[in-house]
Design a protein around this ligand. Structure first.
Ligand SMILES: *Cc1c(COP(=O)(O)O)cnc(C)c1O
Length: 413
């Protein structure tokens, strides 16, 4: 058994993970050794920061040398309830003793309880469970095809919807799509521009897919009327309106879901990232009018909605509710944006709740490196935009520290 919360337990876990990699070595040596082995053992699709993370709690993580970091990346908007939240850990521990996996050939209780919970939180009518954001987008795109008998998709410039062959076609960045053509690619229209959307959608469109706030594209917040206009445009043409809430869900934007900022209801909604307290899970929620389009056998997932991840999701949602983390996201997000605006020389500070973008003239990947050296983890979505998506449990002191570090970096030569 690995007990991550005691020093002794930590040691055991670490030794186990590095048993062939010289358990005696210092943190720096272990990090260098793992990085070296990784190059030869893991497909090189990631640009990694040179730290080896071993532990997390709340809005902090620790590396193999025992260095502490304030985590403004949070698994990229995953750890909404904070790292290793006690009730999520306990729910996983309890469920793991009972049943970890069975099959969707059988009923399991947690999946159904979670579907009910998601319906109540979103106003949607049915859930399909899968294991990631891209898979939830796949499910929505398949649903739209079957519901409309059409195949064209309209998405926004700077969108991100995933990397699988279907979802990649709706992801904007040409660099991501180009090596994998032919794909079924979306027509990309400027975000937050209802006229451009209206011009692109026709009776050949199966779906319009949008993020309520664009995440990977650099944290772009549309005017509330944009999503309402999108809803109408879809209705006029008989296209499905898909809202990709993979990143904006579960309190991230200061509401339970991003769609609440504009009061729209989509036909399908995609969820993942913050859904299960850090465990991999995705869900596609559908309105009753289209959910029956999927018949038995039309779609499936071996792991989707399994008892363990569903238990974690129920616990995570419970924690968000009990600790009022949605309200906290709104309050702390406001505080973070105001502190940044006061202290940082930025081109733009934008966002909703604790989904914040800071546009700078400076080279953001370089700032990410310097901040890490000062104990702050940040993410750059491009050369000039920092994305801040800390756990919703983050405190004012931690926000102050991050803003101070950024200010110091800016004043450096
Ligand atoms: C991260 C993200 C995805 C993809 O999720 P994966 O779990 O990495 O497949 C899809 N849509 C949005 C809006 C995202 O932020």
């Amino acid at each position: 058994m690995r007990m991550m919360n005691t020093d002794e337990g930590m040691k055991k876990g670490e030794e186990k993970a590095t048993v062939n990699l010289n358990a005696e070595s210092s943190g720096a040596e272990r990090t260098a050794r793992i990085a070296e082995v990784e190059r030869k053992s893991v497909v090189q699709t990631y640009t990694r920061q040179p730290i080896l993370l071993v532990r997390g709690s709340g809005a902090r993580v620790w590396d193999a040398s025992g260095r502490e970091y304030i985590d403004f990346v949070a698994g990229v908007a995953v750890n909404n309830v904070g790292h290793c939240h006690a009730s999520v850990v306990e729910a996983i521990r309890q469920q793991a003793k009972e049943l970890i996996h069975t099959s969707n050939l059988y009923y399991t209780e947690n999946q159904v309880l979670l579907a009910e919970e998601l319906k109540a939180l979103t106003g949607m009518d049915r859930a399909f469970f899968c294991n990631s954001g891209a898979e939830s987008v796949e499910a929505a795109l398949k649903l739209a095809r079957k519901a409309t008998g059409r195949s064209k998709i309209v998405a926004a410039i700077h969108s991100f919807h995933g990397r699988t062959l279907g979802s990649l076609g709706a992801t904007y960045k040409p660099m991501y799509r180009e090596p994998f053509r032919p794909l079924q690619e979306a027509d990309f229209v400027p975000f937050d521009d209802p006229e451009a959307l209206a011009a692109a959608v026709s009776t050949e469109t199966s779906a319009v897919i949008l993020e309520p706030v664009q995440g990977e594209g650099g944290v772009h917040v549309p005017k509330p009327r944009y999503l309402r206009a999108a809803r109408e445009i879809c209705d006029d043409c008989g296209a499905l309106f898909i809202l990709d809430e993979v990143q904006t869900g579960f309190g991230r934007t200061g509401k339970w879901f991003g769609k609440e900022h504009s009061g729209v209801m989509p036909d399908a909604m995609t969820l993942a990232k913050g859904i299960a307290g850090g465990l991999p899970m995705g869900a596609m929620l559908a309105a009753e009018s289209v959910s029956d389009v999927f018949k038995r056998g039309d779609h499936a997932s071996t792991f989707g909605g399994g008892p363990l991840v569903s238990a974690a999701a129920l616990a995570s949602i419970g924690a968000i509710r009990e600790e009022r983390l949605v309200e906290r996201s709104e309050e702390m997000g406001r505080y973070l944006r105001s502190r940044l605006s006061e202290e940082i020389d930025a081109i733009d500070v934008r966002g909703l709740g604790l989904m914040v973008g800071v546009e700078l003239a400076a080279n953001c990947p370089e700032i990410v490196n310097r901040a890490r050296e000062r104990g702050v983890l940040l993410n750059a979505t491009s050369d000039h935009v920092l994305r801040m998506v800390p756990p919703l449990v983050v405190g004012r002191g931690e926000i102050d520290r991050v803003v101070k570090v950024l200010g110091e970096i800016q004043r450096e030569p």
